[in-house]
Design a protein around this ligand. Structure first.
Ligand SMILES: *Cc1c(COP(=O)(O)O)cnc(C)c1O
Length: 360
């Protein structure tokens, strides 16, 4: 067996102990005589898997009782449409655009109503998060939308926007479970799970119950109604059983490490190792203003596309994989989610230091 340190932005690394457990249970899950992949979602044994996953997630995040947890297919992208379709009352949606993902979400929402971009950091290629303490929130806004951690541009909200009483919707795909959050501050939190939790193909939606409406646009597909999922405990149709099972394993693993406070400490330590190096480097510089730098997606460049490409090729040869930055930013991006061990970041820094010395 040979595993690399995989710095992919997603699908991304999963914790090795979790993969090993899954491997042990792959063919015969706990004496059921079948794999979870072969199991009816209506079976008792799978119901227990799903119930435990939800209970563990609720415990990890401290999710209040008046919030539903939904397991929905279609990844993060389907949520870009489900949010406006389900939250539409006045048909006015306020978006804060801080990178590629919030921009995409705003474009999708335009199909369903009037979108106001009430703040944006596009002027400097999303290298910061604008001041959101006193924004021109529309009186009729059904919600205010953010992407709390922009995976491609590598920035993060340190402080949630002042929504002036409006519902806050947050795409947490690339920071989900990386630190404690106060769920009550949000109306909706959603996350595609393949960044920081499990395999691709599912989003987790955490939504305040009073925001779930039965009377959405009658032409909207039944699958796209939050009510469909809430009223049927995410089993209106066949859910992504495999992803629910794998995520459940990760939730238990995070609990065993001490929960989200502990993860936050680990993540701060890991990111500091890398950012300290970048700040001391003569070859590289970070692309995001210091106070808004993501702990999950670390973006840095040499300033020369050929040099960037050479570094990426060298890292790959050294077993440090998927460090190529997104084309809209260039350079390198190290995604260091929960499952990236500290040793992986240390190896990367060791390698880059040596590379810098040898190529000075
Ligand atoms: C990856 C990502 C998405 C899209 O997720 P899919 O599951 O591929 O649809 C949305 N938002 C953020 C912040 C992401 O990182």
């Amino acid at each position: 067996m040979s595993r690399v340190y995989n710095f992919s932005a997603g699908p991304a690394m999963m914790p090795l102990p979790v993969l090993e457990e899954i491997q042990k249970e792959l063919i015969d899950y706990k004496g059921s005589g079948m794999s979870v992949m072969e199991m009816s979602h209506r079976s008792k044994v799978f119901q227990t898997i799903a119930d435990e996953a939800e209970a563990d997630l609720r415990e990890l995040m401290g999710i209040p009782d008046n919030y539903k947890v939904l397991f929905v297919q279609g990844g993060g992208t389907l949520q870009f449409a489900m949010v406006p379709i389900n939250l539409c009352k006045n048909g006015v949606f306020d978006y804060i655009v801080t990178g590629a993902w919030s921009k995409k979400a705003a474009a999708e929402a335009k199909k369903y109503g009037k979108v106001n971009v009430i703040a944006s950091s596009e002027d400097r290629n999303y290298s910061y998060v604008p001041d959101c303490s006193d924004l021109p929130i529309d009186d009729d806004a059904d919600y205010v939308y953010i992407c709390e951690n922009e995976t491609i541009h590598g920035n993060v909200f340190n402080k949630l926007p002042n929504t002036k009483g409006k519902v806050l919707v947050a795409d947490q795909s690339s920071m989900f479970l990386s630190k404690p959050v106060n769920v009550s501050d949000y109306g909706v939190i959603f996350a595609g799970v393949q960044k920081n939790v499990g395999p691709a193909g599912m989003a987790i939606v955490i939504i305040r119950e009073d925001l779930i409406k039965e009377d959405i646009d009658p032409k909207a597909p039944v699958y796209l109604s939050y009510n469909t999922h809430a009223a049927n405990d995410s089993m209106y149709n066949t859910p992504n059983c495999w992803a629910i099972y794998c995520c459940g394993k990760v939730f238990k693993y995070l609990k065993s490490l001490g929960g989200l406070e502990a993860m936050n400490k680990i993540n701060e330590d890991k990111a500091k190792i890398l950012y300290d190096y970048i700040d001391s480097s003569k070859l590289f510089k970070g692309t995001v203003d210091k106070e808004f730098r993501s702990l999950m997606n670390v973006c840095f460049v040499t300033g020369d596309a050929d040099k960037d490409a050479a570094v990426v090729a060298a890292t790959k040869a050294a077993g440090l994989d998927n460090l190529k930055g997104h084309r809209s930013v260039g350079g390198l991006r190290a995604s260091i989610y929960n499952a990236m061990p500290k040793e992986g970041v240390e190896e990367l820094v060791k390698f880059l230091k040596k590379y810098e010395e040898e190529n000075a």
